[in-house]
Design a protein around this ligand. Structure first.
Ligand code: FAD
Length: 393
């Protein structure tokens, strides 16, 4: 392999999703050299993950991107539960955080763009697009990362680093190559989601709304640009969804009328969760969805990955500067591993509760359940606990 095809750096991050890019920013800010290797030659334009919670906003502030995110996003300050045309409970987010008393909603393509620009501002060569990593091996001295061009044309590339990070998503091929156990759970829940122009009557209203209906939950979240994300529980995976069928069913369950021609995204999905038995594998760390996949119901996965990265970055920096070495480094990494996997378990339980809340129920049982829920949330301290849980505190 010629020297042009071989690159040496402190840290190689495989996967330039929101988690890999964010870790790259934190490391560059600390003076660590980084290459983020991303398979896609262009960023995805899909709206995908939209919810950014207060604890994540705090760590994003340390990457110098929070003002732009908050400037572009929609601050959701209140959640509402409705059922059969009536308000069941409201959940204000004002008291969950003194700095960011809201959940921020922003399309992931915009979040990714803001993060990527910040990374490239710190080092224009930090992101290498169009390369598919297929191995990340410890050679006793460091990590050797091998990649091929995604296009299939051109020569293989090799990167040498002192530390490797695999943040290549839920279907991580690097995780599968490592000798790491994965606990997987598949849930019976299926959903259909779509982005539509906001109904005119709710244009001023930037609340998140959960419609708790006998045939299953319908969730609705405001987005910038006069758009709303609608997520509806379905009886089975809808393999041929249309905007018209989703709008029709939302109207049947909730009474809200949507214009199918305004639909900009439509996706049907199943739910599973995964958690590795360890995030540390020698000089390689598994991060983000590669380490833990959480049900999207509750919108926590990306946030959890950012919190992993914020926890890991100072450990990597200290290790590279030999400020952390020997048994102390081993203990610090073991503690990181157990802390972050515990956080993933908590997020997974919360997501499970969210999914249970949205399952179909006979109308009478649903009404009784809603009365109990309204009474509990109405009792001040319980309401605050629930609001904190919904905002990942
Ligand atoms: C419908 C839906 C809605 C969601 N909503 C929310 C939400 O509101 N809030 C929230 O917090 N989370 C949400 N999530 C979860 C969130 O999308 C993920 O947790 C998040 O994207 C994980 O980020 P990541 O960087 O770890 O992985 P990914 O976003 O999957 O990024 C991995 C990257 O690695 C690249 N890659 C993969 N393999 C290779 C390889 N071999 N070589 C090089 N590159 C590679 C991929 O192209 C990709 O860019 C949602 C998920 C779904 C499906």
């Amino acid at each position: 392999m010629s020297p042009e095809q071989r690159t040496t750096t402190d840290v190689v991050i495989a996967g330039g999703g929101p988690v890999g890019i964010f870790l790259g920013i934190l490391l560059l800010q600390a003076g660590v050299s980084v290459r983020v290797l991303e398979r896609r030659s262009q960023r995805s334009g899909h709206s995908r993950a939209i919810g950014i919670h207060p604890p994540a906003l705090q760590v994003l502030a340390s990457a110098g991107v929070v003002d732009q995110l908050v400037g572009e996003g929609t601050a959701i300050r209140r959640g509402e539960a409705r059922s059969r045309g009536r308000l069941v409970a409201t959940l204000p987010f004002e008291d969950v955080s003194p700095i960011y008393p809201f959940v921020l909603a922003l399309q992931q393509c915009r979040t990714d763009d803001i993060l990527e620009r910040r990374l490239l501002e710190l080092d224009p060569d930090a992101l290498v697009r169009g390369v598919q990593v297929f191995s990340m091996d410890d050679d006793g001295d460091g990590v050797v990362v091998r990649a091929v061009p995604e296009s299939g044309e051109g020569s293989p590339r090799e990167f040498r680093a002192r530390i490797g990070v695999a943040s290549d998503g839920a279907k991580s091929v690097l995780r599968d190559r490592m000798d790491v156990g994965v606990r997987r759970t598949k849930y019976p829940d299926t959903y259909l989601m779509g982005d539509f122009a906001d109904a005119p009557e709710s244009n001023e209203d930037r609340n998140a709304v959960l419609y708790l209906e006998p045939d299953g939950i319908v969730e609705s979240f405001p987005l910038p640009g006069g758009i709303r994300r609608w997520v509806m529980r379905t009886r089975s995976l809808d393999r041929e969804p249309t905007a018209t069928s989703l709008a029709k069913e939302i109207r049947r369950r909730t009474g809200v009328v949507l214009d199918p021609t305004s639909n900009t995204m439509l996706s049907a999905f199943e739910v599973r969760s995964q958690l590795v038995t360890t995030m540390i594998h020698g000089r390689t760390v598994l991060l983000g969805d590669a380490a833990h996949e959480i049900s999207p119901i509750g919108g926590q996965g990306m946030n959890l990955g950012w919190l992993d990265a914020a926890d890991l970055a100072p450990l990597i920096t200290a290790s590279l500067r030999a400020a952390l070495s020997g048994p102390a480094r081993g203990r610090a990494l073991a503690s990181f591993d157990s802390r972050r996997r515990r956080a993933a378990v908590v997020a997974s339980r919360q997501a499970h509760l969210n999914m249970m809340l949205g399952r179909p129920l006979p109308a009478r049982v649903l009404a009784a359940r809603n009365r109990i829920m309204a009474a509990a949330i109405g009792a001040g301290p319980v309401g605050l606990i629930v609001a904190r849980r919904f905002t990942m505190h």
